[in-house]
Design a protein around this ligand. Structure first.
Ligand code: HEC
Length: 372
């Protein structure tokens, strides 16, 4: 299901484009057939008209806002950041404790999949909506904590200018975004300025699909496809509710066993979660999944120890309710049992030796995920 949504959406937009172009062409035809139609040669007028509609979102649509990146370099939004480029843009603030870290973590996976094309023909921009707190130095520290690679700029600017950018990109929701809280809608957009094709994207989306949109769809399949197509992504079985939640809300930061990491092969932001249901008290686990921010604020000892160990990136509060937390825990338990079948005392005697140490103590599993 999920697999097809962006494609279908892209196809939809494509159809609209084709329709518009078709309509335009037929209008021009009619205009040119009219005997009274004045001077410009048909070819020239058709060309300019089509060129103009091909990029309705050009320099006169997008502001050329002055922004500063994490290294203190000043750039112009239109001229330097998006003109003629395929880009990913999202709006964040570094003190955000819910959706932004998830978006950053997801984009980091997408960046890894795209490899050295990032910074060459695909550009990543995270723009702060909290410019007062998010100075270039703060943004730099944030990008380092998440270990983002080159070709991804973190930017800040005047509050009013950034708000205007969000409006122009269709990522500003009246009522949600101008309320007093810093809550903002998930705001990720991918686009190709030259072709004028822009699509909202969800950070819950499979990273392989996001990478495919950027590498292939938005480049109109002109470039050789990235070596790894999302056909190589782990097979998607009809997931349980718990698995679905895990894949969309948690897998940007957590792997499940050394073979996981969604096949991307990079160090995760948070601990590997195989075995966690065996190690932690169920009530602790359930509460942690629902309100990690409060447990960190209360200085829960386990939470504090993990927080220190994982580069002081706080696990976000993803507003999971009891039921969702429970279904995720059930999935984590099932996945742990699948990878490391429980050894009953009776059966233990007949087990082959490797099964004994195969049960992941989360601590050793975490140790493994720290290695790239
Ligand atoms: C933005 C990254 C991020 C996302 C998204 C995220 N986590 Fe975490 N998680 C962390 C970090 C980092 C830690 C380590 C503790 C800390 O630093 O706060 C952690 C710790 C944990 C732990 C404790 C592990 C242990 O050894 O006890 C569990 C369980 C957990 N996360 C489950 C989840 C679940 C379930 C989801 C999805 C609903 C999720 N996390 C989403 C980053 C994330």
């Amino acid at each position: 299901m999920k697999l097809h949504t962006p494609r279908t959406r892209a196809l939809g937009m494509h159809l609209i484009l084709v329709l518009v172009t078709g309509l335009l062409a037929s209008r021009l035809l009619i205009a040119n057939q009219a005997p009274s139609s004045p001077a410009p040669t048909p070819a020239a007028s058709a060309e300019t008209a089509i060129a103009a509609t091909a990029t309705p979102w050009g320099g006169d649509y997008f502001p050329n806002t002055l922004l500063t990146d994490q290294d203190g370099k000043q750039v112009r939004f239109f001229d330097d950041l998006i003109k003629g480029k395929v880009v990913v843009i999202n709006f964040i603030f570094t003190s955000c404790s819910d959706s932004c870290p998830l978006e950053t973590a997801r984009l980091r996976q997408v960046q890894k999949l795209l490899g050295d094309r990032v910074g060459k023909d695909i550009f990543f921009y995270s723009i702060s909506i909290d410019p007062l707190s998010d100075t270039p130095a703060v943004l730099k520290a944030y990008s380092q904590r998440f270990q983002v690679g080159p070709g991804w700029q973190f930017l800040t600017g005047e509050f009013a200018d950034v708000t205007e950018l969000r409006q122009k990109l269709g990522l500003f929701i009246e009522g949600v975004d101008n309320g007093r809280s810093k809550d903002h809608n998930l705001s990720l957009i991918v686009g190709n300025q030259e072709t004028g094709r822009w699509m909202k994207a969800s950070p819950f989306e499979n990273p392989w699909i996001l990478a495919d949109q950027l590498a292939n769809t938005l480049h109109n399949w002109k470039q050789p496809s990235i070596g790894e197509s999302y056909a190589n992504a782990p097979e998607i079985r009809p997931p349980s509710n718990g698995e679905e939640l895990f894949r969309t809300r948690c897998a940007s930061c957590h792997s499940l066993g050394p073979m996981d990491g969604q096949g991307i092969g990079m160090r995760s932001i948070g601990p590997d979660l195989i075995g966690v249901t065996r190690q932690r008290d169920p009530a602790w686990l359930s509460r942690w999944i629902r309100e990690p921010d409060r447990m960190l604020a209360e200085k829960d000892p386990i939470a504090m120890e993990l927080f220190e160990r994982f580069d002081k990136i706080p696990m976000p509060n993803l507003r999971m309710d009891d039921k969702s937390a429970q279904s995720i825990i059930e999935f984590l338990q099932a996945e742990t049992d699948r990878q490391h079948p429980p050894v009953t005392p009776l059966a233990a005697g007949n087990e082959e030796p490797e099964h004994h140490h195969a049960i992941a103590a989360p601590d050793s599993a975490q140790g493994q995920t720290r290695v790239q």
